[in-house]
Design a protein around this ligand. Structure first.
Ligand code: GDP
Length: 477
């Protein structure tokens, strides 16, 4: 590659099980997939790989390997300005799924170019035309239909299509003319960080501009450090790293935040963007589940936080083993403690037992998320302490200036603006919110009674569907 240009930084995303890990494995010829708990990739990791194509073309590509679970989609927003291009993995047999849609929303928000890898193409059950139709619906019209989006059928199993995918990435990089700014002052972004008991704070970063060197003074937000050791993505000790290179740094005083920018000059670093440890609920009248979360890395913590619903109130979150402070914080705020992939010692377990603080531990991220959401549903059960004042069914949906409005038939009682409501789907409460406004025909009204139809909006926003049931209640607590 011409040294005037730097390698492209490519984020790979997609719905869980659509084949992202297998595809990346095939590209780097490693076998990470088998090592992971529960079979899903749990950490962001990034690596650079040199590709040599049959066409004679060769070049370096930096991949940000992001795990398949929806939780991790959110993490991308912070690192989005690091990414030059996205490869969106979609299984040719399953097509666009929930997490695919979430990823597409993020890609559009960040205005990033995208290549679709249509994976598992070797399977007889592939339905490429169906997938392309879905993409058209989502405003990602394939090139062959006159749109802009390149779709590459691939099979990580047979290797078919992978050369074409890599070639297209390199071609896109050439067109983008990604300038190598190694002469500029250092800018690097943290993509992963953790506290290692033996080595202290460890940060995986990707250099954007300048050269990161051994011995450098480094600054990020409120944290400083000196680069004591640098490792490339194969774990080899190196002395310096230029633009687009992923490296691991030892030498920070404290664990830096994922998404934080690293510079050589404290004045150029955005000052204290420290994340709030307490999340004030959007509406204090609605019930919230208080939780304390400890996780193994900033990356997973961030992902966990981003995947929880609005009904969850984060009292305190942190990285590292569960300690007595966490238990006390949970006790004083009547919170439950969740430990993701971190040790909980016997002493701490005894303390939690004595203080009656429930601790839920897991090494699998979606188990933690599911458990928290299950507790939320329990908390939202209206039959215990609520008096139901009205019920209605969503029979239509409208959009006025991008606002989704639910067309509701009131089947019981009445509903008033400001009432807390449960959203019920297939007999289960899936969310609670509040009535923001009611419209009857063209009129804005305060109240609506049984037998009438109306348009309703909610705050906080809920992703309602036709046939969902809305239950308005008064909290009798
Ligand atoms: P991820 O969750 O998106 O990282 O998905 P994985 O890479 O873990 O793949 C999920 C499953 O699909 C695994 O059982 C893979 O063996 C299988 N798989 C992935 N790619 C292919 C492919 O190209 N062809 C076939 N037949 N199976 C695949």
């Amino acid at each position: 590659m011409n040294s005037k240009y730097r390698p492209p930084i490519v984020a790979v995303m997609g719905h869980i099980d659509h084949g992202k890990t297998t595809l990346l494995d095939r590209i780097r010829n490693a076998h990470v997939a088998q090592k992971e708990s529960g079979g899903i990739t749990q950490h962001i990791s990034s690596y650079q790989t040199e590709v040599k194509l049959k066409s004679g073309k060769s070049g370096l590509i930096t991949f940000i390997d992001t795990p398949g679970h929806a939780a991790f989609c959110a993490m991308r927003t912070r690192g989005a300005n690091l990414t030059d291009l996205v490869v969106l993995v979609i299984s040719a047999t399953d097509g666009v799924m929930l997490q695919t849609k979430e990823c597409i929303a993020q890609i559009k928000k960040a205005n990033l170019p995208v290549i679709i890898a249509l994976t598992k193409y070797d399977l007889e059950t592939r339905q490429p035309e169906m997938v392309k139709g879905q993409l058209v619906e989502m405003d990602l019209t394939p090139e062959e239909y006159g749109g802009q989006v390149a779709i590459v059928p691939v099979s990580a199993k047979t290797g078919a299509g992978i050369d074409e995918l890599l070639e297209l990435i390199l071609l896109n990089a050439e067109i983008m003319e990604l300038k190598d700014e190694s002469e500029s002052p250092l800018e690097a972004v943290v993509v992963e960080s953790k506290l290692d008991t033996a080595r202290g704070p460890v940060a995986a970063v990707i250099v954007k501009k300048g050269i990161l060197k051994l011995g450098d003074q480094i600054f990020t937000e409120n944290i400083s450090g000196k680069v004591k050791a640098l490792f490339d993505s194969s774990g080899k000790s190196i002395k310096e790293a230029g633009p687009s290179t992923p490296v691991e740094i030892l030498g920070f005083e404290k664990v830096p935040y994922v998404g934080a920018m690293i510079t050589n000059n404290p004045l150029e670093t955005p000052h204290d963007a420290s994340l709030p440890i307490t999340n004030i609920p959007t509406n204090p009248d609605l019930p919230h589940l208080n939780v304390v979360i400890k996780a193994d890395t900033e990356g997973t913590l961030e992902a966990l936080k981003n995947s929880l619903s609005d009904d969850v109130n984060l009292i305190y979150t942190g990285v590292g083993p569960v300690n007595d402070n966490d238990v006390i914080a949970a006790k004083t705020s009547h919170a439950e403690l969740f430990a993701f992939n971190v040790p909980v010692s016997k002493t701490i377990k005894n303390l939690a037992d004595n203080e009656k603080v429930p601790i839920f531990e897991s090494k699998i991220i979606y188990e933690i998320i599911e458990n928290i959401q299950a507790q939320v549903l329990k908390m939202l059960d209206p039959t215990i302490e609520d008096t139901i004042v009205g019920e209605g069914t969503i029979i239509a949906e409208f959009k006025i200036e991008k606002v989704r409005i639910a067309g509701i038939k009131i089947t019981k009682g009445e509903m008033t603006k400001g009432d807390p409501v449960h959203l019920m789907r297939e007999g289960k409460i899936i969310k609670n919110t509040q009535i923001e406004g009611i419209r009857q025909g063209k009129d804005i009204v305060e109240k609506i009674k049984v037998g009438h139809d109306c348009g309703m909006t909610f705050r906080p926003y809920i992703d309602f569907k036709i046939n969902d049931v809305i239950i308005a209640y008064k909290n009798s607590k």
